[in-house]
Design a protein. Structure first.
Length: 226
């Protein structure tokens, strides 16, 4: 028996998020939804995240614009906005633990994920930063991702899988993946494996230099006084 944790990024989506919630409820699985702040401004989408929370899922912050990995942002204070504005929009959808997942630009774990500002924001706000260890690229291979996920899960002691509640058609395969994983003696957990959490409640655990960009000059600096 080994643990497996599911996470759903980039929603909420009016078509797909309800489908995912129904499947998770059928199978008694609790997961985490890392939502895009800009989408929460739509009341109908916000209600979907509320439904997810009411049904026992955790709702995390997945940046506001979800356009550029924070470590590549060229704008000063971009990270503060991306994280802070989304957290404001989440309001009480966020639980006791404030969960944040950086935009990975295709699921890559590298030093584009965060910048120094983002780390400060996560420390001061006492966030828990949630990475991942299985990205079956459901958005690229919507019909075949369960096979890829099973292959990748076999390599991890405790897989933390990134999926997307988006209209790619990939979530039509979610139920068959769950059935296959259960048949392979995997135990669905809501908690995350600790080695996917480089920051817990604002505390940086070990070195995080591999996920933080070197400080680069950013635009919109204050002009020097003349
Ligand atoms: Zn994403």
């Amino acid at each position: 028996m080994k643990n497996i944790t599911l996470s759903f990024d980039n929603g909420p989506d009016p078509e797909v998020t309800p489908q995912v919630l129904d499947i998770l409820a059928t199978h008694g699985i609790k997961a985490t939804f890392f939502v895009v702040g800009d989408k929460l401004r739509d009341p109908a989408r916000y209600e979907l995240s509320r439904r997810a929370k009411v049904e026992g899922h955790w709702i995390g912050n997945h940046t506001f614009n979800h356009l550029v990995p924070l470590g590549l942002s060229r704008h000063r204070a971009a990270s503060a906005f991306e994280i802070g504005r989304t957290q404001e929009l989440l309001g009480d959808l966020a639980g006791d633990r404030k969960l944040f997942r950086p935009f990975g630009g295709g699921g890559h774990i590298n030093n584009a994920l965060l910048d120094g500002e983002a780390v400060e924001q996560l420390r001061e706000g006492r966030f828990t930063c949630v990475l991942w260890n299985v990205v079956p690229r459901d958005w690229e291979i919507p019909g075949e991702w369960p096979d890829e996920a099973m292959r990748l899960c076999a390599k991890e002691d405790w897989p933390l899988v990134v999926l997307h509640d988006l209209t790619t058609g990939a979530m039509d395969q979610l139920e068959s993946f769950i059935i296959e994983a259960k048949a392979s003696s995997m135990n669905f957990m809501q908690e995350f494996p600790e080695d996917c959490l480089p920051i817990i409640d604002g505390e940086v655990r070990g070195s995080i230099s591999h996920i933080v960009s070197a400080s680069a000059p950013k635009h919109a600096r204050e002009e020097p006084h003349v």
